[in-house]
Design a protein around this ligand. Structure first.
Ligand code: HEM
Length: 450
């Protein structure tokens, strides 16, 4: 293990401390370690250096700020110290430029105010109604088997739902091309080799982005005129009380970003819920009973609150596996965290994933225990930023209620149609190369209920 090296000189006359850390291995830094064992590495460094440390990884030098206080400091961003754009740009800027998460400060607030109109309760009601038949059709096509791969099946289902709910119609002949462009664009954003080699991931991502832009631009005039209840139409119509609206360019950029933001995160959440429900049949039965008690095939908006068990399981699944495991930012001016000096221009990351596994805040953090979120326990109340799967502050996930309704709507029908299990010793392996997905596709024994 290399010895600690100060991150930067501290300003003359200041009593701040330099951030401790080390560069990791020559050339690659800690990239491979972080991909293989992110929790173990984060724990080792937290124990060694504390809540702030630096290293090299993914071709960058970055500072990790760890724990709920760090999450609060970075996400609340008092004094506009951190830029979202400069934090995310390196990772996904080429493919998702001008997406709302990549905007900052006043400009971000302006866009967010308009986008909020497309996520109001009455609009969400329409989305969930739209989803019902699509979920039914998707699940009907599943062929139960021992070794049924949940990840690709759920991914396809959420992609089909997204194209329907986001765009308002099925894509017909173009479906394959648009879906492929979308998948390529998302994949490229998390590529490790970031070069434009023809046929490579990066190249396919740029090509995908062009296809999506052309597609949304072509559809836009009709959507501007439409009274449809899909997200695309809602963004075209969205208008604040002061009459502010998105330009055509904004709508295209936001649509491409929203598809990405919604798709993998929801897929990961559903996979984790399915996994834990397979390992804990008593919870699977409880949630099934809850769904059957509603006495309806498809979920409606007003049913959401009644699915208490599903809420607990969703929260616990999001704790055990935060779909966005770390969140980057860059300081736009000098800042201070716990007496450490953070110079302007520093790439900073916080880790919802690690925070959710810190034994300092969560009793038995590796145990699946949804009741920890029950009203009489509320272990998440240990700190307002201990449970942060949706981030926080000005950029807090705008789609969190949408995610809840989509996840619950799918689960509701899944529980009614199927039972599933895994071998008692099965543990789902996670591929952490980009967002955390089951590296084996999550094979389960799937049976259709009589
Ligand atoms: C369980 C599912 C989801 C999780 C865990 C999740 C997580 C997150 C996180 C952590 C952020 C904050 C990123 C940051 O601060 O830099 C975020 C932002 C965002 N999410 Fe989600 N998300 C989910 C589902 C969705 C869905 C379904 C949509 C859209 C329908 C969506 C749209 C967005 C948007 C637009 C932002 C950027 C907001 C802004 O910058 O103002 N998300 N999400």
């Amino acid at each position: 293990m290399s010895s600690s090296v100060p991150f930067s000189p501290i300003p003359v006359g200041s009593d701040l401390k330099p951030i401790p850390g080390d560069p990791g291995w020559p050339l690659v830094g800690l990239t491979l370690h972080l991909m293989r064992n992110p929790l173990g590495i984060a724990r080792e460094r937290y124990d060694r250096y504390g809540a702030a440390s630096w290293t090299n990884a993914f071709g960058l030098r970055m500072v990790s700020l760890i724990g709920p206080d760090a999450n609060e400091f970075v996400l609340l961003n008092k004094g506009d110290l951190f830029s979202n754009h400069q934090g995310w740009d390196y990772f996904i800027g080429r493919f998702f430029h001008r997406g709302i998460m990549l905007l900052d400060f006043e400009e971000h607030r302006w866009h967010r105010k308009i986008m909020q109109q497309a996520f109001k309760t009455d609009v969400l009601r329409e989305y969930i109604t739209r989803m019902g038949p699509g979920i039914h059709k998707g699940l009907d096509a599943w062929q139960p088997a021992s070794g049924f791969l949940m990840l690709p099946a759920i991914k396809q289902l959420t992609l089909d739902l997204a194209t329907d709910v986001f765009m308002g119609h099925s894509l017909g002949d173009e479906a394959d091309q648009v879906n492929q462009a979308f998948v390529d664009t998302v994949r490229a954003g998390t590529a490790i080799l970031r070069f434009n080699v023809p046929g490579g991931r990066w190249w396919r991502g740029l090509r995908g982005r062009r296809v999506l832009e052309a597609f949304f631009r072509r559809e836009l005039p009709a959507k501007r005129r439409s009274q449809g209840h899909d997200l695309f139409s809602a963004l075209c119509r969205a208008e604040t009380e002061d009459g502010e609206r998105f330009s055509d360019e904004d709508v295209v950029n936001h649509m491409i970003f929203l598809m990405m933001a919604a798709h993998d995160t929801t897929t990961i959440t559903l996979c984790n819920m399915v996994y834990w429900l397979a390992r804990h049949p008593e919870w699977q039965q409880r949630l099934r009973a809850e769904s059957l008690a509603l006495g309806k095939q498809a979920l409606e908006y007003d049913d959401l609150a009644q699915l208490e068990g599903a809420s607990l399981v969703m929260k616990e699944a999001l704790r055990l596996c935060a779909p966005v495991p770390s969140i980057p930012r860059k300081t736009v001016r000098d800042a201070e965290f716990r007496g450490y000096h953070l110079p302007a221009g520093t790439l900073v990351s916080i880790s919802p994933f690690f925070t959710h596994h810190m034994h300092e805040y969560w009793p038995e953090p590796e145990r699946f225990d949804p009741e920890r979120f029950a009203p009489d326990r509320r272990e998440d109340k240990v700190h307002p930023y201990a449970w942060v799967p949706f981030g926080g502050g000005a950029h807090k996930c705008i789609g969190l209620h949408f995610a809840e309704l989509q996840v619950k709507a799918v689960l509701h029908q899944l529980l009614q149609q199927f039972e599933w299990s895994v071998a008692p010793d099965y543990e789902m392996p996670l591929d952490m190369t980009s967002l955390p997905v089951p590296s084996d596709g999550l094979p389960v024994v799937l049976k259709r209920r009589a």
